[in-house]
Design a binder for this molecule. Structure first.
Ligand code: UDP
Length: 489
């Protein structure tokens, strides 16, 4: 283990009962990854708690590889328990949900379909506490029946959870309004086009019952959020006042992966290194990293425009093209030869943490998934935002309009969370945005400066004495007290 345990005295350790805590991530990669990082962090900081990750069989390999190094020297390595992946219409070997893998069920239906399997595991093994992904909001009621504390784990920002809750309460009706304003939040006024809201907060399509999710969080023992006070202080303060009995802001958990795991290249994937060797040949802060997370996808026509835009920008770029985008019909004729000396395309999975930490990276074109935002923030990399779905447009508001460590790639056309409503982003817009953003001492120099200033703030939250480490220590102490007293409140 890379770190000594600085949370407990020796006599504490001798007298300690071993508590068994179950961690239950949702089956999407951007939920599995931060939960595995969090497990590694708990293991490093409190090796006497027995941790078990409860997952579906197809995600075992992925979780085990993420935990291997942390487990190597641990007294009680993180255990894995499996339950059957629910039948939501995916191919037999696929056990993670994405927008393009044609699940027949919505995310929330999938979460409910997982209930019998998970309930059986909990019945059988009777843990002392559970920390479950916030998508599994129904687990709070089961934990209450078992009289054990239930905490939720949220891979969303405090800001986006507050904004989503506000929109949910407003019951926005699409068609009546073009824009909506968030009421009652600290900081600048937040006003958003209705088209940019996730369909699940709109009344017409409320498959994800956000209201019951928020109620479950309020009723539960507390919530662990992958964020840090230094990045969104006013929203963390507001969130803990209004949205949960207890809130613990313990991120960015990716920084703990870097601290305790040792090999950031292997996080979440096979450890592809050729792109890192290519980055070694480029000047400091001269390369634009282009990647859009794990859940969303582009149609071929948009990939084609993006390829042409990257070429037209005349900038160095490292672009991750997802495995599902690999039909190649998007590749412009002769493009690969023309961009050969300044462009590198990764097919499939890229070692994102290692890429963002590389000195050659000068900017990140991204979809505003919260994990990626936190990872870029901790690395001090400024972002150009291109949100696509879910709560990504809300995260964009935070990083562009409130914090100022990012700029919008496209202000002009019709943007939307819904595929059928959005306009194609043209190549000329992309090329122009990239070249303007990379201009030394150009109009975006304040954005670059802000991002560089925030890097040490986010990283220091995870150091001893940092805000996230004191929240983690408070979490462990509250949890142990609750387990000792056998109380779920
Ligand atoms: N990621 C990665 N390599 C890839 C694609 C994604 O390591 O090629 C990781 C990334 O570092 C982040 C997560 O996958 O931790 C994506 O989460 P995010 O919240 O940004 O986006 P989502 O997948 O929900 O759109």
């Amino acid at each position: 283990m890379a770190s000594s345990n600085n949370f407990l005295t020796n006599s504490d350790k001798v007298n300690m009962k071993k508590w068994r805590v179950f961690l239950i991530p949702y089956f999407a990669r951007s939920h599995l990854i931060p939960m595995a990082d969090f497990a590694g962090l708990l293991l490093a900081k409190h090796p006497d708690i027995e941790l078990t990750m409860v997952i579906t069989p197809g995600n075992t390999k992925f979780i085990t590889s993420s935990l291997d190094k942390s487990n190597d020297s641990a007294q009680h390595p993180v255990q894995i328990l499996t339950y059957p992946f629910p039948s939501i219409g995916l191919k037999p070997d696929v056990e993670t949900v994405r927008m393009d893998n044609s699940a027949e069920s919505s995310d929330i239906e999938a979460s409910h379909m997982a209930r019998p399997g998970l309930e059986q595991v909990l019945q059988q093994h009777k843990p002392d506490a559970v920390i479950a992904d916030v998508t599994f909001s129904w687990i709070a009621a089961i934990a209450a029946d078992f009289k054990i504390p239930c905490l939720f784990f949220s891979p969303l920002s405090s800001f986006s959870m507050l904004v989503l809750n506000c929109f949910q309460k407003m019951r926005v009706r699409p068609g009546l309004l073009d824009h909506v304003t968030v009421l009652g939040l600290p900081g600048p006024e937040i006003r958003m086009p209705v088209l940019e809201l996730p369909p699940f907060v709109l009344e017409e399509n409320n498959a994800l019952n956000v209201e019951s999710l928020y109620k479950a969080v309020l009723d539960a023992f507390g919530i662990v959020v992958n964020t840090c006070r230094g990045v969104e202080l006013q929203y963390c303060n507001e969130f803990e006042k209004t949205e949960a009995r207890r809130a613990y802001f313990v991120g960015p958990v990716s920084v703990s992966y870097t601290m305790y795991h040792g090999n950031i290249i292997e996080r979440g994937g096979e450890g592809e290194t050729s792109c890192l060797r290519w980055l070694d040949t480029k000047e400091e802060r001269s390369v634009i990293f282009v990647s859009f997370g794990t859940q969303c996808y582009f149609k071929s026509a948009q990939l084609h425009e993006l390829a042409m835009g990257l070429e037209g920008s005349r900038q160095n770029f490292l672009w991750v093209v997802r495995d599902s985008d690999q039909s190649d019909e998007w590749i412009p004729e002769g493009w690969e030869e023309r961009i050969a000396d300044r462009g590198f395309v990764v097919r499939g999975w890229a070692p994102q943490l290692a890429i963002l930490a590389h000195a050659a990276i000068g900017a990140f074109v991204m979809q505003c998934g919260w994990n990626s935002i936190l990872e870029a923030t901790a690395a001090g990399v400024p972002m150009l935002t291109w949100p696509l779905a879910y709560e990504q447009f809300i995260n964009e508001k935070l990083v562009v309009d409130v914090i100022g460590c990012a700029a919008r790639l496209w202000e002009g056309g019709k943007r939307s969370t819904r595929e059928t409503e959005k306009e194609l982003v043209p190549r000329t817009v992309i090329a122009h945005a990239l070249s303007r953003f990379m201009e030394p001492e150009g109009e975006f120099s304040s954005v670059h400066r802000k991002a560089q200033e925030l890097g040490p703030v986010a990283r220091s939250a995870m150091a001893d004495g940092g805000s996230s480490m004191s929240d983690l220590s408070r979490l462990i102490s509250d949890l142990i007290t609750a387990m000792e007293n056998k109380t779920c409140q």
